[in-house]
Write a new protein. Structure first.
Length: 235
């Protein structure tokens, strides 16, 4: 446990998909706290609602009921425009499928985040991107188009894109699932050390048990309910 205040507190989340006879109750009274500098690993069977919970915590999907307080804001009571701004400012995302633009180079994918989103000068953007590519172990690969990069390299670019603006939260949905473990391990190490170094929250969905040693806490979602992993106690 940590004495620090949680950066995100979720309380009594409920969510159901569908209507009539076709309803699936995905979240049943889920409560959770996320702490700065820590990685929480969310595990659970396929279809158990892991991506749904990530979407609710990160402002992408409004829950039927419950509250998500982030950095003192009640996320689902903000106007849509404010929530969107909050998300852009504080949240980075990494998904299983990389979602890169195939015809842009690794450097260009990262530069556009700073130039469009943050209005950085070309020179500033270039030097930030060069430093990030070094951190990602891609110092010599920045000139290559995404479709020339391997899966592991693409996912490292996606990690760089998520971290470039130094967000307070990084949400990663099965970030290593499409990679062999050698590359998956690089990706999780990068995410975790970036979170530790910057005191950011890292929320990872994954089912590979090899991720467990990297996590500060592990929780399981099944039948809509969150349970601590064996040997863990939820705060
Ligand atoms: N937009 C949606 N509409 C209807 N059902 C959905 C939708 N998204 C997810 N579901 C259902 O909710 C359940 C949980 O999905 P998901 O959160 O994607 O699970 P996981 O990420 O653990 O595999 C599944 O039964 C899925 O079919
Ligand atoms: Mg999922």
């Amino acid at each position: 446990m940590t004495s620090e205040e949680p950066a995100l507190v979720a309380r009594h989340l409920h969510h159901t998909f569908g209507a009539g006879d076709e309803t699936v109750c995905v979240l049943r009274d889920v409560s959770l706290e996320l702490y700065p500098g820590q990685m929480l690993l969310l595990m659970g069977p396929s279809g158990s609602g892991k991506s749904t919970l990530l979407a609710v915590l990160s402002g992408l999907l409004r829950p039927d009921r419950g509250e998500v307080r982030v950095l003192g804001e009640d996320l689902w009571r903000l106007s849509e425009a404010r929530r969107e701004r909050f998300r852009l400012r504080h949240f980075g995302f990494v998904f299983q499928g990389f979602n890169l633009f195939p015809s842009l180079t690794a450097s260009e994918q990262l530069e556009m985040i700073l130039r469009w989103g943050e209005g950085a000068s070309r020179r500033n953007a270039r030097s930030c991107v060069a430093a990030m590519l070094e951190l990602l172990g891609l110092g010599r690969r920045g000139h290559l188009r995404a479709d020339r990069l391997s899966g592991g390299e693409k996912q490292r670019v996606a990690v760089g894109r998520a971290l470039l603006k130094q967000p307070r939260f990084c949400f990663a949905d099965e970030p290593t699932a499409a990679l062999d473990w050698a590359h998956g391990e690089q990706v999780i190490q990068l995410l975790r050390s970036a979170a530790r170094d910057r005191g950011a929250v890292l929320f990872v969905v994954g089912h590979d048990p090899r991720l467990v040693p990297y996590a500060d806490r592990v929780v399981h979602l099944a039948d809509g309910r969150l349970a601590p992993a064996p040997g863990e106690v939820l705060p």
